[in-house]
Design a binder for this molecule. Structure first.
Ligand SMILES: [Zn+2]
Length: 216
């Protein structure tokens, strides 16, 4: 049986996140929201992240500004600040688990994700680094992503999919997508596939070199 773990990145957004939360609640699904830290400076968005946490979802750190992949930032210390500021805001939602998802810049994996200072921060703060193995590009193709997502799910045993609770229109298809996944016999999980978690609780599970840029 194919397994599927859902994650939602780049929110929260008042136009979309409440609908996503309603759908997940109705279906009894738990997920992780990897939030953009600066959005939580807005009380309405902070309230949404707090609601998600109260409803049993996990809240993860997805950088503060989501502007440049951290391994590409010229100022390595500024990259750490991206994590620190978001860490503090995520903690205010009530989240105690430390989950980080790097910004890939279009979902790409590679040495642009991290730098040595960021790795050090993640170690010191016992973070798990959560990557992905399915990017149906819902932001770029708000209607066509569902077919691509279903193909990606069919192609592997356990899919960790990145969707976005952003006002692109893509989440209008979330319920139908979940219906189709269910009809295809997919088993929903809130666990992350091991091969998508190169660091767990501050410990490297595999060599991180493929994800770390050279020291600045
Ligand atoms: Zn993102």
């Amino acid at each position: 049986m194919k397994k599927l773990t859902l994650t939602f990145d780049n929110g929260p957004e008042p136009e979309v996140t409440p609908l996503v939360l309603d759908i997940l609640a109705r279906r009894g699904l738990l997920t992780t929201f990897f939030v953009v830290g600066q959005k939580l400076l807005d009380p309405e968005r902070m309230e949404l992240a707090t609601r998600a946490r109260k409803e049993g979802h996990r809240i993860g750190n997805h950088t503060f500004t989501h502007s440049t992949p951290l391994g590409q930032m010229e100022d390595a210390a500024a990259a750490v600040t991206e994590l620190e500021r978001t860490d503090e805001l995520v903690a205010r939602t009530g989240e105690t688990e430390k989950l980080f998802r790097p910004f890939g810049g279009g979902g790409k994996l590679g040495p642009h994700l991290l730098n040595p200072q960021v790795v050090d921060f993640l170690h010191r703060n016992t973070y798990s680094c959560v990557l992905w193995n399915a990017i149906p590009r819902d932001w770029a193709d708000p209607d066509g992503w569902v077919e691509r997502a279903l193909e990606q799910i069919a192609s592997q045993d356990h899919t960790l999919i990145v969707l976005h609770d952003l006002p692109t229109g893509a989440m209008d298809h979330l319920d139908a997508f979940l219906d189709r996944a269910e009809s295809a016999g997919v088993e929903f999980s809130s666990d992350f596939p091991e091969d998508c978690v190169p660091m767990a609780g501050g410990t490297d599970m595999v060599p991180l070199a493929p994800y770390v840029s050279e020291a600045a």
